[in-house]
Design a binder for this molecule. Structure first.
Ligand SMILES: C[S@@+](CC[C@H](N)C(=O)[O-])C[C@H]1O[C@@H](n2cnc3c(N)ncnc32)[C@H](O)[C@@H]1O
Length: 312
């Protein structure tokens, strides 16, 4: 069977339910990837439209085939999702009825060894989701200060050995630049104590995640996306966001709680003077997690969390 029929998008049923799709509605999938969620949205539309965004041109190229049956109702856009406000406006729309963001990297990005996302395949240190952008993983590893490297490894990778790894990177690059993924893996491993090397997960996993987040400025993109997405939802429209690590989830949770907050006047004020009204209702207070069955079928769903909000 062709891979796009076997690909199981994360929290699929939960997303479709969360988006509350109407066949005549306008929807935006801000993270097209392998089009797994997009296919399921597109096939539920009759007169509706689906706008598919990805910052990786490879995802858009593959979508021509993956979404072939529904291209009459699909618009493909190569962009960072943090420009979602402009995207909706440029299409002449005042708003959309639902938006989905399934954050992080896609399986094709990880599986294509040449992209440099994987610590298992040797490739130039790239890790750019959008290959038109300037900053690569090689730039981060070879030019950022030891302190900056320590910070990103610690904050974005939650890597306990961040100080030792940052120091080892700087020592190695004094001899010659670190150019490939496996060279970097070797430097990371050389800085870790034997106990850390024996852990179940690959010793370079956390560092690679950290560098990828830095290269693609992932956390700031999510913050900007949320600020621009909520104002572009029609009343009753739904925003669904899937995150894969605690930093992203905290950003989504805090932003949506801010949007859901009403009056902020002190409790002893007899009447409201701030005039602040909630802009969304949180559909699920606690995030939705994958079922046991999904986890068995798709271990990559392990850390996924879905949050959904409805525009008031
Ligand atoms: C986890 S995958 C999405 C998988 C997709 N939902 C599916 O079922 O096939 C994430 C995708 O979002 C894209 N992406 C990540 N950050 C982005 C951003 N800031 N703007 C646009 N696309 C982004 C990546 O290039 C990747 O293709």
């Amino acid at each position: 069977m062709s891979e796009h029929f076997t690909h199981k998008p994360v929290l699929l049923e939960e997303c479709i339910q969360g988006l509350n799709i109407r066949p005549e509605g306008i929807y935006l999938d801000g993270t097209l990837g392998r089009a797994g969620h997009s296919r399921e949205i597109a096939r539920r539309l009759t007169t509706g439209r689906l706008i598919c965004v990805d910052r990786d041109q490879a995802a858009l190229d593959a979508a021509q085939e993956r979404l072939a049956d529904w291209m009459d109702r699909v618009t493909l856009i190569h962009s960072n999702f943090d420009r979602v406000g402009e995207i909706v406006q440029r299409l002449g729309l005042s708003g959309v009825d639902g938006m989905l963001f399934d954050l992080g990297v896609s399986s094709p990005q990880l599986d294509d060894g040449s992209r440099g996302f994987s610590y298992m395949a040797d490739a130039p240190l790239d890790m750019r989701m959008d290959r038109d952008e300037g900053l690569t993983a090689a730039d981060v590893v070879n030019t950022w200060s030891q302190e900056e490297l320590r910070r990103i490894l610690y904050q974005y990778g939650e890597e306990r050995c961040a100080p030792q790894i940052a120091a080892a990177i700087v020592r190695r690059r004094e001899d010659k630049p670190i150019e490939t993924t496996l060279e970097l893996v070797e430097v990371i491993k050389s800085a870790m104590p034997a106990k850390a090397l024996r852990e179940k997960q690959h010793p370079a996993k956390r560092s690679f995640q950290a560098i990828r987040i830095a290269v693609n400025d992932e956390l700031a993109s999510v913050e900007r996306m949320l600020q621009h997405a909520v104002p572009k939802l029609n009343p009753g429209g739904r925003l669904a966001v899937i995150t894969f690590h605690s930093l992203e989830d905290r950003i989504v949770k805090n932003s949506l709680s801010e949007f859901a907050k009403g009056c902020i006047c002190p409790p002893d004020f007899p009447v409201c003077v701030c005039g602040r009204k909630p802009q969304v209702r949180l559909v699920n207070r606690k995030p939705t997690l994958p079922s046991e069955q999904e986890l068995q079928e798709n271990p990559r769903a392990r850390s996924a969390k879905l949050r959904v909000a409805e525009k008031l």
